[in-house]
Design a protein around this ligand. Structure first.
Ligand SMILES: NC(=O)c1ccc[n+]([C@@H]2O[C@H](COP(=O)([O-])OP(=O)(O)OC[C@H]3O[C@@H](n4cnc5c(N)ncnc54)[C@H](OP(=O)(O)O)[C@@H]3O)[C@@H](O)[C@H]2O)c1
Length: 224
């Protein structure tokens, strides 16, 4: 299951997983986009839902199990960015960022683990950000969500490894997607394909080890 599969990084992860022979559940709010993508990608299932609603996430996991016969991988990728000085963030904006980027991965993990336990193991990959280690002005909500996600990821690794469930984090720098209203086409940015390749690398690593954190930085960012 890939959350946030309707756009950007999640869409590319789904595309490369399908190309690698994995059946993929596409979770996001945009129902029409997901239906179109199933036609385009093949070997996938539309799972329309809102990651901030536990019942949506749990229903998606059950639909995926019924369709594919089980759940092996969860890619927690859905996320939003609202960038404002802390004193200008509305309580609703704070809630939206924290609920999507931090509570969402908890909901998906909570719903997915029983399904993975039935399979004897699995792999959860959390798409964090370098903003989860480095704070910046206007980042109060986003930084808090991604710092939190890193802690969540590390703690869940320690809980879940005894069940054969591995947890990894990928922390990218700037990726060329429409995230937070960004325009696309900047050649120096990390491409969504680079993140998808990192996901495949982690999934294919030997189950004897857990690659817990992978930082991905652009090699040629503009000089400041
Ligand atoms: N782009 C960057 O520079 C960058 C850098 C580091 C980390 N990241 C992280 O990478 C992840 C993906 O971002 P992206 O760059 O691919 O952005 P994007 O193109 O805007 O995609 C975001 C995805 O999240 C989904 N989403 C948002 N809110 C949701 C909700 N409440 N329920 C379900 N799905 C929801 C969106 O689908 P719907 O709108 O259809 O629901 C969309 O598929 C995020 O976690 C982001 O923080 C991005």
């Amino acid at each position: 299951m890939v959350t946030g599969a309707s756009s950007g990084i999640g869409l590319e992860i789904a595309r490369q997983l399908v190309a690698g022979g994995v059946g993929v559940g596409l979770f996001a709010r945009s129902q029409a986009k997901l239906a179109r993508l199933v036609g385009e990608l093949g070997s996938s299932l539309a799972l329309p839902g809102d990651i901030t609603r536990y019942e949506d996430v749990e229903r998606a996991v059950h639909q995926l199990e019924a369709h594919f016969g089980g759940l092996d991988y969860l890619i927690n990728n859905a996320g939003v960015g609202i960038f404002k000085p802390v004193h200008e963030l509305s309580p609703d904006e704070w809630q939206q960022v924290l609920q999507t980027n931090l509570t969402g991965p908890f909901f998906a993990t909570r719903a997915a683990v029983p399904a993975m336990q039935k399979r004897g193991g699995g792999h959860i990959i959390n798409i964090g950000s370098l903003a989860g280690k480095n704070a910046f002005a206007n980042g109060a909500a986003y930084n808090a969500s991604k710092f939190g996600l890193l802690g969540f990821s590390e703690a869940s690794l320690l809980d879940l490894r005894y069940y054969g469930i591995r947890v990894s984090s990928i922390l990218p720098g700037s990726v060329d997607t429409p995230f937070a209203g960004n325009s696309t086409g900047a050649a120096w940015k990390i491409q969504p394909q680079d993140i998808a390749q990192a996901v495949l690398y982690l999934l294919q690593s030997d189950p004897r080890i857990i690659p817990s954190q992978l930082d991905l930085r652009p090699s040629q960012p503009p000089r400041k």
